[in-house]
Structure formats: C-alpha cells, structure tokens
Design a binder for this molecule. Structure first.
Ligand code: FAQ
Length: 313
C-alpha cells in the first residue's frame, strides 16, 4: 500500500512537470531505465571521440585543427557530465565502464562507421551533432534533474559543433569538383546512419512507452527523426548536395518532406556489434582505459593526500 501511494505521488510529480532529484523516492524501473540511458549516452560521447580523433593530425589547416581539437575536448566533457549524472543513480563509473567493456551496455551505432576523408569530419559535425542536438534539446526537459541540467550545458556546446561541421561541408561542397565529390560521398555514407541514431520505429521501441510515461523522453524516436530530416534536407540543398534517398520528395500540400525507409537489418547488425568499426572502437577504448590506470591511481592518491593534510591542519 505504501509503495502504491509513493508511486502515485511520484507520477503526480512527473505529470506536474517537477524534476525528480537523486534523493527523491523513485520506482526501481525508473532508476534502471535512467542508468541504462544516461550511461549509454555517456559512452557514446566518449567513443564518439575516436572517429574524429582520427583526423586531428591530418586537419588541412591550423585553424581547422584547433577547432577540431576543441570540439573533441568538448565531447570528453560531455562524457564527464553524463557519467556524473549517471553516478547520482547509485552506480559507480567503474561499474558503468565494466558494462561497456563486457558488451552489456551499448553506445550509439553511428560511431561504428569509419571517417575516411576530411569531408567525413564535416558530415559528423553537421549530421551526427545535428541529430544529437535535436534529441538533446528535447532531453533538456527530461524529468530527472541531473540529466536535464547536463543537457542544458551540452546543448550550448553542440550547436557550435554542428556549425563547425556544416562549415567544413559547405567549404568542400562549394570548392573544386573533387572537393564537391568528397562532400557528396560523405553525405551519401553518413545520411542513413545518422537517421538510425534516433533508434527503432516507435512501434518497435522497447523503452519508449515507459520513457514517455515518466517523461524521460519528451518526444518519440520517430518524432525526433522527422524533425531532423525536415530541417537538414534544406541545409543540404543550400550547399548544392543531394540527400541519398530516392523516395525523398517535397509534399506541397503538407509543407513537409516525405522520405524512404531505413535499412533496419543494417541498424540491428551494427547495434549487435557487427558494424565496420565496432571491434576496433572497443579495443581502443579498453586499451586507453588500461593505459590510464596510473593516472587515475595518481589522482586518487593526490586527493587522499590533500584530504589528510586538511585533517592535520
Ligand atoms: N545505437 O527502445 P529503444 C552524440 C538500442 S551523442 C545503438 O528505442 P531508447 C554526440 C537501445 O539502447 C549520441 N543502440 O531505446 C557526439 C535499446 O537497447 P537496450 C548518443 C541503439 O533508449 C557527436 C534498443 O536499441 N545520444 O552523438 C540505438 O528508448 C559527435 C531498443 O531501442 C544519446 O544517447 C542506436 N542508435 O531509445 C559525440 C541520446 N537506438 O538499451 C561525439 C540519449 C536504439 O535495451 C561526436 N538516448 N538502440 O540494450 C536516447 O535518446 C535513447 O536512448 C535512444 C534510444 C533514442 C538512443
């Protein structure tokens, strides 16, 4: 009886658009749902540094190198905010990382595709960060306080990232015929995987019903994907690129684009670990984590020394 009352109070709070904070009572399913989503979001930010890091030493100018470095550092920061938010749910960062390394926790499918040319770095910023922003703007209003506050900060930085990517794409698309070809090729390869970032159709999505009821998600996978398509197709047109979807057409009566279907076999194949770069990404992450052991140990030892100094004083 007590739990039913608590549950009703919890749902009433959500329905009134109040935030749930770490020390508030919450049903166990709400907690585990958030642990799963926020940690996977954090893993995505950190694994997402790999395809971009691949181009730091090959950026075509000092300016583009500095901008790319700043963007990648931001992604590390986003991982930090999100791991901290996830830790408020009673699981440690080490536990979350173990879940990633054992394959229990996922990260976004998009980061299992390679970045083959400089234009791919443009496509990542324009399309991948563009898709991430659409999703994250919506998540700013999520019901869990620490996640919502992390999103507000992250969204401010993501809009700079999207502009950085679009600038690279526009420069290539409006450059020499070879550069334009490179930009079109990047769009061709990144378009569909970017749409897959929003997850399966609502009818196939295991978690959407609960996520909407608890206002963890404020819009569904399909609603967000549609928003992204409607605004991004126009951006491609402005720089003379063609979206690689033969079914894409403008519906004058409805004032919106209609579009084709994602290859869901490809999506699930990548999610299950069989994309072009899954194994490489995980190998690299585990190695970096192991190589960094001494840094973590030194940081903990330093913090403990400072604490004991303060106690003596
Ligand atoms: N990839 O029932 P749903 C970024 C899984 S950040 C892999 O619909 P949900 C910044 C899903 O986990 C990008 N797995 O699940 C950046 C679930 O499996 P599970 C990351 C996917 O949670 C830019 C199963 O399928 N953003 O890019 C994917 O309601 C550049 C069933 O799916 C976020 O994480 C996928 N695409 O909806 C960084 C945003 N889609 O957990 C560096 C927060 C679905 O039961 C460089 N997350 N799955 O084993 C969300 O909004 C949601 O979690 C969704 C999935 C929309 C991703």
């Amino acid at each position: 009886m007590e739990d039913i009352k608590k549950l009703e109070e919890f749902q009433a709070k959500i329905d009134a658009d109040l935030k749930i904070e770490p020390k508030d009572w919450m049903p166990e399913e709400y907690r585990t749902h958030l642990q799963r989503q926020i940690s996977q979001h954090a893993h995505s930010e950190v694994i997402g540094m790999q395809p971009e890091g691949n181009w730091i030493s090959r950026a075509p100018s000092l300016r583009s190198k500095v901008v790319l470095l700043a963007k990648i550092q931001d992604e590390a920061g986003h991982g930090q905010y999100l791991y901290s938010a996830a830790e408020t749910l009673g699981k440690s960062r080490d536990e979350y990382l173990e879940e990633l390394h054992s394959g229990k926790a996922k990260y976004s499918s998009i980061f299992n595709y390679p970045t083959l040319t400089w234009a791919d770095i443009g496509a990542v910023g324009w399309l991948v960060d563009g898709a991430a922003i659409v999703n994250q703007v919506s998540l700013q209003r999520t019901s869990y306080g620490p996640y919502s506050r992390a999103m507000v900060r992250i969204c401010k930085e993501e809009s700079f990232h999207q502009r950085q990517g679009y600038e690279i794409m526009a420069t290539c698309a409006l450059g020499t015929p070879e550069q334009k070809k490179m930009a079109q090729d990047a769009l061709n390869r990144f378009w569909w995987p970017s749409l897959m970032m929003f997850g399966p159709h609502d009818s196939e999505s295991a978690h959407t019903a609960n996520a909407m009821k608890w206002r963890i998600k404020r819009e569904t996978n399909d609603e967000l994907r549609d928003k992204f398509i409607q605004k991004t197709v126009q951006q491609a047109e402005v720089i003379g690129l063609t979206v690689p979807d033969p079914d894409l057409k403008w519906n004058e009566a409805d004032g919106r684009y209609e579009y084709g279907e994602i290859n869901w076999d490809e999506f699930w194949n990548v999610v299950k670990g069989n994309g072009p770069c899954n194994k490489q990404r995980m190998r690299h992450h585990i190695k970096a984590h192991e190589d960094g052991t001494w840094v973590r140990e030194a940081a903990i030892a330093y913090a403990e020394k400072q604490k004991s100094k303060q106690l003596v004083a």
